[in-house]
Every structure is written in structure tokens, then in C-alpha cells.
Design a protein around this ligand. Structure first.
Ligand SMILES: [Fe+2]
Length: 278
């Protein structure tokens, strides 16, 4: 056996011959093929390879319970949205999905209809009045709706060290018998993704801006339906055409009238769950 820059790819691919998980074998084979092609195509230097190792190490080291730098990296490279777009194809009329993002937490306060989810978060109060329906328009009662949003200064609760583990600007709620959910938040504003880590330094180095257009996050779950992870974006935002994480879908851009007071209204249409055996 002689390994050189031509034979090494086949050698690595053959090393997976004993893998008894066909999907894992397919993924590893493809990953190695593309990684090797990338190294050959760019003629990656050893110094650049080491810089890449440092970057990925720093990305992992930046992660903790409330900071997910790897999701952010996936987001700004468009990998998150590409995965969503491939896997979350919706039937006509169903609400489109977009990226999950790095700021969801599973410990949001469980709140009732009409709640003020903002608490003492800074921002202009905004009424939210949404309905969750099936594809035929029938309401889905008792749907679990998780919402999370940044405050007026563009920060999520988890980004403010002074709040500790206290949560605000997020909630877990349920739709009523008419599939409706009303609550109060704050008018969303555009915000930059975190730039104090390796992903932010990469954005600066590549001449990219870190801004996301103003939005509110929703995750909606109901038995018998596909889980929907999406945002509603604020119409008129200057960053709708250059979202740092490539998450904008035209159908998710919503007008938020400001008078007599800001209101965000929308109807979410969930796809029915189709079992794998169908
Ligand atoms: Fe967000």
C-alpha cells in the first residue's frame, strides 16, 4: 500500500467497509470525499489546517448551557437552513419552517392566555394574537406553543449575565378551544448574532455583517401534527434580504401595525403527521 494525495481518499473510504450501519457509512463516505476534495481544491496549507483546528476548538470551548456556538456556526454557514429546507417541505398552505437558532431553552415559564411574557424586558409592548389550525382550517385546541424573543436592545435573557437563570421574553403556552393564543411581548427589533466568539471573528474576517431582521420565534407542537419551528419576521426590516443566518421565507414576513398599538397577528397552519409506514 502506498498513500499519496491521490490514493488516500479511497483508502479512508475503504476503512469504513466494516461499518454495519449503512446510513452512517454513507454519511462518513460522503463527508470524507467532500473534505478531501476541499483540501485538494484549496491546496490547504499546514498552517491553515492548524488555524481550522484552532477555530473549531474555540467554537467548542465557547459552548455552555446557554451558548451554542456550533449552532451559530451552522446557522451563519447556511447549513441549518439547508437542513430545514430539505427536511421540512410543507404541503401547500401549511406554515413554512425556519431555523431553530441558538437561543431556545427548555425551561421557559409555563404561562396562561393573556400573559405578559416580556416581564421587565425593555421594549415597546406588543399584543400577539395568533391562531393554530389544521390544513383544512379547523382550529387545533391545546397546541403547545413555545415562544422566545429578544428585547428592544437585541438581547435574549440568556445573554444577560445579570439575569442569572431568570427567564423573560420566553414562555410555553397552550392554544384555547378555538386554537387561539393571545399574549403580550415587545415589538421585535433587529439584532446582531453574538460577535464575541470565533463565529463573530469569522464574520468580521469575511466582511459580513452579523444582523438578523427583527423576529419572534415559535415552536408549535400538537398531537397528530408535524412540529413547526419557525419565526415571524417584521415587515420593513432593513435586514430581510441579508439575514446573517439565511432564515427568511417570504411567507413568514408579517406586518405589525403600530397604531393604535402594535399587534402581531398570524395564523399558523400545521401539517398532519404522516407516519413513516404510509
Ligand atoms: Fe432570534
Amino acid at each position: 500500500m502506498h498513500i499519496d494525495e491521490h490514493s488516500i481518499t479511497d483508502a479512508v473510504i475503504r476503512s469504513f467497509d466494516g461499518c454495519d450501519n449503512p446510513r452512517l457509512k454513507q454519511i462518513m463516505t460522503s463527508l470524507v470525499t467532500h473534505l478531501h476534495d476541499f483540501v485538494r481544491e484549496t491546496r490547504l496549507t499546514e498552517a491553515e489546517w492548524m488555524e481550522g483546528i484552532r477555530f473549531l476548538t474555540a467554537t467548542g470551548q465557547k459552548c455552555n448551557d446557554t451558548r451554542q456556538e456550533f449552532i451559530l456556526l451552522s446557522d451563519v454557514l447556511g447549513v441549518s437552513m439547508l437542513t430545514v429546507a430539505l427536511n421540512q417541505a410543507r404541503s401547500p398552505g401549511a406554515t413554512e419552517a425556519t431555523v431553530f437558532g441558538p437561543f431556545y431553552t427548555d425551561d421557559a415559564p409555563r404561562l396562561e392566555q393573556g400573559a405578559d411574557i416580556a416581564g421587565d424586558a425593555p421594549g415597546e409592548p406588543m399584543e400577539v394574537d395568533v391562531v393554530v389550525t389544521a390544513p383544512d382550517g379547523s382550529p387545533i385546541a391545546g397546541a403547545q406553543v413555545d415562544v422566545w424573543q429578544a428585547d428592544e436592545e437585541g438581547l435574549y435573557d440568556v445573554q444577560r449575565a445579570t439575569l442569572g437563570t431568570r427567564r423573560r421574553g420566553r414562555a410555553a403556552m397552550k392554544t384555547d378551544a378555538e386554537g387561539r393564543l393571545r399574549f403580550r411581548g415587545v415589538v421585535p427589533t433587529a439584532y446582531p448574532v453574538p460577535t464575541d466568539g470565533p463565529v463573530g471573528r469569522m464574520l468580521v474576517a469575511t466582511g459580513r455583517h452579523p444582523w438578523r431582521p427583527a423576529h419572534m420565534h415559535f415552536m408549535i407542537r400538537a398531537e397528530g401534527y408535524e412540529t413547526l419551528v419557525t419565526h415571524l419576521f417584521r415587515e420593513g426590516d432593513p435586514y430581510l434580504d441579508s439575514d446573517a443566518v439565511f432564515g427568511v421565507r417570504r411567507s413568514l414576513v408579517v406586518k405589525i401595525p403600530s397604531s393604535p398599538k402594535p399587534v402581531l397577528s398570524h395564523t399558523f397552519v400545521l401539517d398532519r403527521l404522516i407516519s413513516d409506514s404510509a
